[in-house]
Design a protein around this ligand. Structure first.
Ligand code: ZN
Length: 186
């Protein structure tokens, strides 16, 4: 297991659809372990493989003190919507109101290739949707209202971190505020 640098917005891997996992092998289990370790260190409530530069359909979460992981997910969403703020570990210190389905049922596989179903509401449902979006190259700023998206882009352009990744090919490891517990990023 090893801690991996988190890719920041501007890195092309974040807007590239990830590939379906074919081999449920030792390498995949190492990926799940690395994702989990990196998410817990950040700390975040979820992390998808593209965020550590691995273009595969895998993500992990840590919601309500329960760790989980899912591979090759498909989502079934409620029509009922939840409002609330959302952040992303690939956008340090940014939070915006992001509407999401209130309930999500995710189907996929665990790292041993066994089929699993995960059902969640509120934060878990939000995490499942946010992370599945990452696998499709969709970012939370794509889900914002037009006005918020404009503010977010301005905040990104003015941030200390934006452009560093693109300029150097390296990504700084930025820790979120330790006070930010409920509002952990995804
Ligand atoms: Zn994210």
């Amino acid at each position: 297991m090893s801690l991996q640098p988190i890719r920041l917005f501007g890195d092309p891997v974040l807007v590239t659809p990830a590939a379906t996992v074919i081999d449920f092998d030792k390498e995949l289990r190492t990926l799940v372990a690395d994702l989990t370790e990196t998410m817990l260190d950040a700390p975040g409530a979820g992390l998808a493989a593209p965020q550590i530069g691995v273009p595969l359909r895998v993500f992990v979460w840590d919601v309500d003190e329960a760790l989980g992981h899912l591979i090759n997910p498909t989502l079934d969403l409620s029509e009922e919507i939840q409002e609330g703020e959302e952040g992303c570990l690939s956008f340090p210190d940014m939070r915006y109101d992001t509407p999401r389905a209130f309930r999500a049922v995710a189907k996929g596989w665990n790292m041993f290739g066994e089929p699993i179903t995960v059902e969640g509401t509120e934060l878990l449902a939000r995490a499942l949707q946010h992370e599945t979006d990452h696998l499709d190259g969709i970012l939370f700023i794509d889900r914002l209202s037009k006005a918020d998206r404009k503010s977010a882009m301005k905040e990104i352009r003015e941030s200390d971190w934006f452009g560093i990744a693109a300029a150097s090919g390296l990504t700084p490891h930025i820790k979120l505020s330790p006070h930010d517990t409920f509002g952990r990023s995804l």
